[in-house]
Ligand binder design. Structure first.
Ligand code: ADP
Ligand code: PHD
Length: 419
């Protein structure tokens, strides 16, 4: 079987749903296909904004109405029968979202209500896709990924119970695939007591890889708005080159450093079973794209990766003793407790610095935890630039016009934290 993943950009309008259907009709492999879909366009951001308003007990009615209108309008454009039961289904889902938002109080665990709220984006899009494909003559079964991808209650980044997930998927999905296409949501999981979890922002690629792994897919395809995996984000670099074929290892490193085209957790399950991953363009479905597989191609072109919205935090000792392993242990424990991930780190005699994604709430809690023991300073609004397979020209290119706050290099990788 094959797994296809369509992200927000490929389902952002009625036209995109038509395009997706064309891809299924023309590119559809002989055999069985499971389609994983993300929330439409920027819906997850809109849901995050709604959640913040509700959490602060502010009025969210106009933002809610906008989101509902957007989805209903797409459905109206897709279905000729304006009385189709898909409308009732969508109305019902929005009612559930509204109830969820109304019940939120500032005392709730934010991360827990985040998952119960932000997950609606994929419930909306998958319902729309299910009804629309059926209308287009593509028989399909919609399954609820929250009932299959089992996680713990590590809200916003649920840890997958692989054995349980595999058992559930293998029990039900193979027979559904024999009857036709299976459609499901990316990004979502569920706990064993029926609560919703999410797998981390942009986690639908990872969802697709979980399905591919558990169902022994022969290949997985992620459909994007780019020609394949490129050596840089074309939104920031005008002269990119596409990798026709690249190894899992190169890709996982690029994803780790912040190449947002693939979620970093996607590669491991696929590599473990040597399932090839294709990155293809939904704008040019016939195009070759990129094959990511168990190969060892020499990568010649340097790869440029930018992580935005970075924060550089320095922990200094207060008494001129040197930074010790004990100090580092204290800092790492606090980071791990607060789920703050280090993107880059460096230590000197009397201080230790980390570069991390900027999250004001977590940073505030980090300060509270450690300020008695360390002098803590931080800078925000920074970027982390990484060049893999660098050469002197590529280093010059990324340093130009930047104020560099921290620099680090290995034999293959050059990184700067700058503004
Ligand atoms: N190395 C890269 N190669 C290709 N695209 C990249 C790369 N790095 C970042 N991108 C960006 O990733 C985007 C596609 O990923 P994303 O927006 O997450 O897709 P979706 O949400 O539709 O799954 C592209 O539009 C491009 O701007
Ligand atoms: N909708 C979720 C999950 C996701 O993966 O989306 P996309 O495939 O559009 O990046 C998010 O925006 O984080």
């Amino acid at each position: 079987m094959t797994v296809y993943k369509f992200g927000g950009a490929s389902v952002r309008s009625a036209g995109s749903f038509h395009n997706l259907t064309r891809i299924l009709k023309t590119q559809g492999k002989e055999g069985q296909l499971l389609v994983v879909v993300s929330a439409m366009g920027k819906t997850t951001n809109a849901l995050e904004a709604l959640l913040h308003l509700a959490y602060q007990q502010q009025d969210f009615s106009s933002e809610f109405a906008n989101l509902k209108d957007y989805h209903l309008q797409v459905l109206r454009e897709l279905l000729a029968d304006q009385e189709h039961r898909a409308f009732r289904r969508l109305e019902h889902l929005f009612e559930l979202l509204h109830n969820q938002l109304k019940e939120i109080t500032p005392n709730d665990n934010f991360d827990k209500v985040y998952d119960q709220t932000v997950s609606f984006g994929e419930l909306f899009s998958s319902a729309i896709l299910h009804y629309f494909l059926a209308e287009q003559g593509i028989h399909n079964t919609l399954i609820d990924s929250r009932k299959y991808i089992q996680t713990d209650s590590n809200w916003r980044e649920g840890k997958v119970d692989w054995a349980w997930t595999e058992r559930l998927l293998r029990r039900d999905v193979p027979q559904l695939l024999q009857q036709g296409l299976v459609v499901t949501q990316g990004f979502l999981g569920g706990t064993n007591n029926g609560l919703t979890t999410t797998l981390g922002r942009e986690g639908s690629d990872f969802s697709a890889a979980i399905f591919a792994f558990c169902l022994d897919a022969s290949e997985m395809v992620i459909w994007k708005d780019v020609a394949g995996l490129l050596n840089a984000d074309p939104k920031h670099f005008p002269d990119t080159v596409r990798y026709p074929e690249i190894s899992y290892q190169e890709t996982v490193e690029m994803a780790y450093y912040g190449a947002s085209v693939i979620h970093p957790k996607t590669i491991k399950p696929l590599a473990n079973k040597k399932i090839p991953l294709y990155v293809k363009s939904f704008l040019d479905p016939e195009g070759e794209g990129t094959k990511i597989c168990d190969c060892r191609f020499e990568v010649v072109a340097p790869a440029y990766i930018i992580k935005e919205n970075q924060c550089l935090v320095s922990f200094g000792v207060k008494d001129f003793t040197f930074i010790s392993e004990k100090n580092l242990g204290t800092i790492f424990n606090a980071l791990s407790e607060l789920r703050i991930k280090i993107n880059l780190m460096q230590n000197s005699a009397i201080s230790f610095s980390i570069c991390t994604d900027y999250n004001p709430e977590r940073l505030e809690r980090l300060m509270q935890t450690l300020q008695d023991q360390f002098l803590i300073h931080y800078n925000t609004n920074l970027q982390l630039y990484t060049v893999k397979n660098y050469n002197p020209e590529s280093i010059k290119r990324i340093q130009e016009g930047k104020e560099v706050l921290l620099e680090q290099r290995t034999r293959t990788t050059f990184q700067i934290v700058c503004r």
